[in-house]
Ligand binder design. Structure first.
Ligand code: SIN
Length: 330
């Protein structure tokens, strides 16, 4: 009897220790690293995600957001993710070349006529399949986030493709973007986002391509006297995590984190649509640079010169994906 009592007390003591340990367990930390300013679609999405997790998973999960390349550049962030040094990021879809060739589709010039077509393709079967394109390399795509259509900025007027010849343009680390600028006789230079302002300011490069919100929030318009409203390509993001981190989360926490992410992405997409209009207007109102609107005939010249790039990358991307993207414009 005495032995039995002793055993019961021992079990009770162990149970108490286990419970106490569990309730004092350190929260799961999610570091979210990105390269843009906080007043951008991605910056706002990341902050919204943090706010939702703080409200719903207090004490269990902590989100730390690092904007403006404070923690990692986009070149480093995916390597850091695989090492467990960061848990969520949302690099531009142009920056996954090392992990998959198929996401290059989003860099093809003049593929989508507007952001509705981009959304339709991303949410359709081919877009959803592409979310899994990096899984073999240990990265899971959790969703797409919009920024918007890209414009060309330069230190001289770009009206027809010949105006870009021999000019140096900063591009993201994408071979498709390199081919796009080579098609107009320009010199593409791959550089991190964090260096673009200085490169433009010091005239080490002549121009760059980006969305209205990035041009505004990083003040590129203050050092580029001309912006051509070309809408020639899309800059969107893959919200990404490592398989190791994601699959290691307790199932209930993973469900809640994904729910918060989905809501934050929907919020970020709304911000993106608003900023494409409001940041464009702020740039015009600043009087710091001229925004050039192309006639249909001028724009068609850019299309004619750049569109042959599609054929070059068709095998790497998959013809059926490109056809599905074209159909999303209907
Ligand atoms: C970003 O929007 O995350 C950066 C885009 C760029 O590198 O131009």
């Amino acid at each position: 009897m005495k032995k039995k009592l002793l055993l019961v007390s021992l079990f009770a003591a162990v149970a108490m220790v286990v419970t106490a340990t569990a309730s004092f367990a350190a929260p799961i930390v999610i570091k979210f690293s990105h390269v843009v300013a906080e007043n951008t679609p991605k910056g706002q999405m990341a902050n919204k995600f943090k706010q939702l997790v703080d409200e719903r998973l207090a004490g269990k999960v902590v989100v730390e957001v690092f904007p403006n390349s404070q923690l990692f550049t986009d070149k480093k962030v995916l390597e850091a993710m695989l090492l467990g040094d960061v848990q969520i990021a949302a690099p531009s879809l142009s920056k996954f070349k090392k992990y998959t060739k198929s996401l290059q589709i989003f860099d093809l010039p003049f593929l989508f006529k507007n952001m509705d077509a981009v959304e339709k393709f991303q949410q359709g079967p081919y877009g959803q399949k592409l979310l899994r394109a990096t899984e073999k390399k240990g990265l899971i795509g959790l969703g797409y986030l919009h920024n918007g259509l890209k414009q060309l900025s330069a230190n001289s007027k770009l009206v027809v493709p010949a105006d870009a010849a021999r000019k140096k343009f900063r591009i993201m680390s994408s071979d498709v973007l390199a081919a796009q600028f080579e098609a107009v006789g320009a010199l593409p230079i791959k550089k991190p986002f964090s260096e673009v302002f200085t490169l433009l300011q010091t005239k080490a490069i002549d121009g760059q391509e980006n969305t209205w919100s990035n041009i505004y929030s990083k003040k590129f318009y203050e050092v580029q006297p001309y912006i051509t409203e070309s809408n020639h390509g899309v800059l969107d993001y893959l919200v990404v995590t490592s398989s190791e981190f994601w699959n290691g989360l307790p199932a209930d926490i993973r469900t809640e984190v994904k729910k918060a992410l989905d809501e934050a992405i929907a919020f970020g997409n709304k911000v993106a649509a608003e900023k494409a209009i409001s940041d464009r207007q702020k740039i015009i109102d600043s009087g710091r640079c001229e925004v050039i609107e192309l006639t249909d005939a001028q724009r068609q010249q850019w299309v004619d010169v750049m569109k042959p790039v599609w054929k070059k990358f068709e095998d790497q991307i998959g013809k059926e994906y490109i056809e599905a993207a074209v159909k999303a414009n209907d």
